[in-house]
Write a new protein. Structure first.
Length: 510
């Protein structure tokens, strides 16, 4: 019998064809132990079974008797990692199974499957639970839950009757204060309905990028930002809304986690770049100043960097946050620092943080570049960003995204359906970081080397790379049990490993 690796794409050499990947999906309840899973697959393969079983789920038993059939891919590990992805597709398909579930990712977020308040309550007090956007999202949520993937659920799109600036304003803009309670009532209905099986949604994100400036056109991001507010850019008003909505969410499900909308944080207000107005980044300060620090559970933000220096592997920066590949590392460092300082100042220093959009962007339009170098750069950034987020103690680090950001080449799957190096890196990261706890920064080799030490139940490991990109060798005190590249491929074991800005994993006995 072939050994089953943590990554579904590495089942075994004898069965790694795409045909086998499709057939090996198990349509049955969750397997409770790896041993039982191995025995079951052995029996299925020996019996030459090629048609999957089905796992039927009845949707909304209180409302109707429609039934959907959802695939279940039994998972060995991964539930303890902080790593997830944005999934830019509506409803369920085999891409989700093969990529999201196959990599054992812990979280999935999908603006395409957001709850649209304007669709479901087009007229105040009248709910349309048959809205097409909702029905499609229900399939997606049930599929994720059935495969132990936690959904971070965005709620957005204010109906015309609840908009602060009237029906002609954008659906992403602020809610009228007189309608805060209507939104709270809506959230109570959504959480009560979808926090239960077969969906079990526990993470609720209130808007998306609410610190974006008010817009006159409908947007998938938020736009609560008030440029006329030179103190907090509208953040205090957003906080007043949270104070009304939060109790209703908790009344519907006390175990629910309420996230702020993922903050853009355009630039660092502590050290603004020359000529840059960073008032918008003080949005969260306004939310806290309004006394809303107890009205969300997780402070949610977005952190991107851009590929720079032409066709150079692993070179990136974010000048708005004074971050770069060869100085600070990913911009998540600076943004986390600012947010933790701000939370502490308002008495909420222990609040959890989550980065729900992370990626390295290529501003490639009209610019010649080598796709293979960009692909490797994404893998470099993926590994560095996940290790850094884990070391910073974030509750989640979500790559944007599986299908990618159009024009910025952030995808994990190419147009021909094949996965890329970034996907291999995220799969390896899930396997390494499953259940891992941060121990310390590895500082004994000097300032040109960045490293973090973690441990989980069966091993201790480092993620380490050269900060300046030069080939570096280090002398280990003890012989490691394994050395692996970014994709999880084993390298030769030595007490003098070498590396560049392409990180490696070094494992030791615990």
């Amino acid at each position: 019998m072939c050994f089953i690796y943590n990554s579904f794409a590495k089942i075994c050499n004898a069965y790694k064809s795409e045909e086998f990947l499709n057939k090996a999906i198990l349509w049955q309840p969750k397997v409770r132990s790896a041993l039982a899973l191995l025995l079951l697959i052995s029996l299925l393969v020996s019996a030459n079974i090629t048609s999957p079983f089905t796992n039927a789920v009845t949707k909304h038993a209180q409302d109707d008797t429609s039934t959907v059939y959802l695939p279940v891919l039994a998972k060995l590990k991964g539930l303890g990692s902080i790593i997830g992805v944005e999934y830019q597709s509506s409803a369920f398909d085999q891409t989700f199974i093969k990529l999201v579930v196959g990599a054992n990712l812990s979280f999935v977020r999908s603006n395409n499957n957001a709850i649209l308040w304007s669709d479901i309550e087009p007229d105040e007090g009248s709910y349309n639970f048959d809205a097409q956007s909702l029905r499609e999202a229900e399939l997606f949520w049930a599929l994720a839950n059935n495969n132990d993937v936690k959904v971070i659920q965005i709620v957005r799109s204010t109906p015309y009757w609840a908009r602060k600036y009237g029906g002609g304003a954008s659906d992403c803009g602020p809610i009228a204060q007189a309608k805060f309670q209507a939104f709270a009532n809506f959230m109570y209905q959504m959480v009560r309905r979808y926090s239960q099986a077969p969906y079990n949604i526990k993470y609720w994100e209130i808007g998306n990028e609410p610190d974006g400036s008010i817009s006159i056109s409908n947007q998938v991001f938020g736009c609560w930002g008030e440029p006329s507010d030179r103190n907090y850019y509208g953040g205090a008003y957003y906080g007043e809304m949270l104070k009304v909505v939060y109790p209703s969410i908790k009344a519907a499900d006390p175990s629910a986690k309420v996230l702020t909308g993922g903050l853009l944080l355009d630039c660092d207000p502590r050290n603004p770049p020359p000529g840059k107005d960073c008032t918008a980044a003080r949005f969260i300060e306004g939310t806290l100043a309004a006394g809303a620090g107890g009205s969300f559970d997780i402070l949610n933000f977005h952190a991107y960097d851009s590929w720079v220096d032409g066709n150079q592997v692993g070179h990136y920066n974010n000048p708005n946050w004074n971050s770069a590949w060869n100085t600070t590392g990913p911009s998540v460092v600076g943004k986390t620092s600012y947010l933790r300082e701000t939370l502490s100042r308002f008495g909420h220093g222990n609040k959890q943080l989550m980065n729900t959009e992370s990626a390295i962007q290529c501003w490639c339009s009209g610019v010649p570049y080598d796709p293979s170098i960009l692909d490797e750069t994404k893998a470099v950034y993926m590994t560095q960003a996940n290790a850094t987020a884990a070391a910073l103690g974030l509750a989640g680090n979500i790559w944007y995204g599986v299908q990618g950001w159009a024009g910025h080449e952030t995808q994990l799957i190419e147009g021909n359906g094949q996965t890329n190096r970034a996907y291999a890196a995220i799969s390896a990261g899930v396997e390494k970081f499953s259940g891992a706890q941060f121990i310390r920064s590895v500082t004994e080799y000097g300032g040109n080397i960045r490293g973090y030490e973690f441990q989980n139940s069966d091993r201790r490991f480092w993620v380490i790379w050269s900060l300046d990109g030069q080939l570096r060798s280090i002398q280990l005190v003890t012989t490691p049990t394994g050395i692996f590249d970014m994709a999880g491929n084993a390298q030769g074991i030595t007490r003098t490993p070498s590396f560049t800005n392409r990180p490696i994993y070094i494992e030791f006995t615990r």
